[in-house]
Write a protein that binds this ligand. Structure first.
Ligand code: SF4
Length: 519
């Protein structure tokens, strides 16, 4: 605690409501999570509540703020971004002395979770948690707190009162709609952010600035683009205020931007100009390749960033048709070469191994990377690539299509490594973990039991295989997709903003594409 600044300190009074914020990943990752900063400071604006943080460590499960055990808290809120973090969440609860199974726990304490993973599929934690928070923090958390304040110590009334949009109470399983923040410029923002004096956040030290939310594109595989629809931007005045005030309060001179579609609006360009004029430094997130024009490259250079992260995904015609990234494929090489010539190193993300993808399509991508890597070498620049097979996610059309078989995925990785070894730093995603991740992401209600057992065993690939086998649980849906028309656990959550309608239409197109390739 002494090694953090901006921590919230409160005197624990007898009637104070104590809420644990559990982030089931490392401390360094928690420092880079805007959700953690946002929930923590928002909840702690209520004088009658004290929220303290818990992260995953192998040490005793104690809060960062006061060293209190987890069982001293009245409520637990989990912020979960990634499916594989479920096991750490379960592990924290177990080691913290909390009854894991909801039915046995009987609301002592009530556990709520939010974040992209549970919001896209409520099933994996359905045996554990009481409710899923379906929506965005600024609008959901105040509603939740209001309910907790009204009915504190009466778990049944709390859950009854949560019968409204934004909450999926697991025992009731009623369809709920996501709620989202209409105007980011008017919404709460954590100007203060927790700063560690001795640990480096995963994205480095700096003020986290979310410059926009959502994305206007409809890439078929992208869950995040859908969960945060519609695309919303911050005004220049709002961005400037966050930066000026945030840097001062946090004693920083570097900004870290978060946005799914960075430089997609003029305010983001303007704020980079402001940063350059002020002599500040900044880092930007992954950027769409087609946004790397001369003007943007100059701005990125000006803020001191020398590496560009971008995701061409798959440059073959088949890849483009299936993923619908809406890139003009013929322009990609020219754009990336321009970035290399300008002096940037590149970090590229590829999805190789889409259902129905031929080896010719994979080879086309390899040739593309090879040519680019040779070009980069001639300018003394470096390219690194991350490759994974398409991992199907709920609320995307791949929930009905599935992923390629693991043998083919391994073959692709092997070919890529052989062809590109020595030329490009290649980071393939471990294929078996892609299967585990997809089994959980697309899992039905039954997967929760397996997950609990797995979490208690501390995770591990071998344990997952064993548990799946022992329970006779079939993960065929990972490869075949779910049957179209069958009710799926995430049908209880309506993302809205056309996400569900688009999904149906995409399926018709995809079936045609797949029948065409297999004929
Ligand atoms: S552009 Fe990026 S963030 Fe937007 S939908 Fe496509 S993959 Fe997702």
């Amino acid at each position: 605690m002494d090694s953090e600044i901006n921590i919230v300190k409160k005197k624990i009074r007898k009637n104070m409501i104590r809420i644990a914020l559990v982030y089931p990943s490392t401390y360094e990752a928690s420092l880079s999570s805007l959700a953690v900063h946002m929930i923590y400071y928002l909840v702690n604006t209520y004088p009658e509540i004290y929220m303290e943080r818990f992260i995953y460590t192998d040490k005793d499960v104690k809060s960062i703020e006061t060293g209190s055990p987890l069982r001293d808290f009245d409520y637990i809120i989990g912020s979960i971004h990634y499916e594989l973090d479920y096991i750490y969440f379960i592990n924290i609860l177990f080691r913290g002395g909390i009854e894991i199974f909801r039915e046995k726990r009987k609301g002592k304490p009530l556990i709520f979770v939010g974040g992209p993973a549970p919001m896209s599929n409520p099933a994996p934690l359905s045996d554990v948690v009481d409710a899923i928070l379906v929506g965005e923090i600024e609008v959901l958390i105040p509603r939740l707190i209001e309910i907790l304040l009204d009915y504190h110590r009466d778990p049944n009334r709390i859950l009854e009162r949560m019968d409204e949009d934004g909450f999926l109470v697991i025992k009731d399983k009623k369809i709920t709609k996501r709620i989202w923040t209409k105007d980011l410029n008017q919404a709460f923002y954590p100007f203060r952010q927790i700063q560690s004096t001795n640990k480096e956040p995963v994205y480095g030290r700096g003020l986290i600035v979310e410059s926009a939310r959502g994305c206007p594109f409809w890439c078929r595989f992208c869950l995040e683009g859908r969960l945060f629809k519609p695309y919303r931007i911050r005004l220049f005045s709002n961005l400037k205020k966050i930066i000026d005030k945030g840097l001062r309060l946090n004693k920083l001179n570097r900004i870290i931007f978060y946005s799914l579609y960075f430089l997609g609006n003029p305010n983001e360009k303007k704020i980079l100009e402001y940063i350059i004029d002020e002599g500040l430094k900044a880092s930007i997130p992954s950027i769409r390749t087609d946004l790397l024009d001369d003007e943007n490259l100059d701005l990125i250079w000006g803020i001191g960033q020398r590496m560009i992260t971008t995701a061409p995904e798959n440059i073959s015609l088949y890849g483009e048709r299936m993923l619908c990234k809406c890139h003009k494929i013929s322009d990609l090489a020219t754009i990336l070469k321009k970035a290399i010539k300008r002096g940037f190193d590149l970090k590229l993300y590829f999805i190789l191994g889409i259902k129905g993808e031929s080896m010719n399509s994979v080879r086309e991508n390899i040739l593309f990377i090879k040519t680019l890597a040779k070009y980069a070498r001639s300018f003394g620049r470096k390219i690194s690539i991350t490759i994974n097979p398409l991992i199907p996610k709920p609320k995307t059309v791949f929930q009905w299509i599935g992923m390629i078989d693991l043998e083919k995925a391994r073959r692709i990785i092997k070919i890529v490594r052989n062809e590109l070894g020595g030329l490009v730093e290649t980071r393939p995603y471990y294929v078996n973990w892609a299967w585990v991740q997809a089994s959980i992401a697309l899992g039905d209600w039954e997967v929760s039991r397996l997950l609990v057992e797995w979490g208690l065993m501390g995770g591990g690939l071998g344990n997952w295989r064993r548990i799946v086998k022992e329970h006779g649980y079939s993960t065929k849906y990972v490869f075949n997709g779910w049957e179209y028309g069958k009710t799926l656990p995430w049908d209880y959550i309506v993302i809205g903003e056309y996400v569900e309608d688009v999904l149906e239409k995409e399926y018709i197109v995809m079936r045609k594409l797949l029948s065409f390739t297999s004929s």
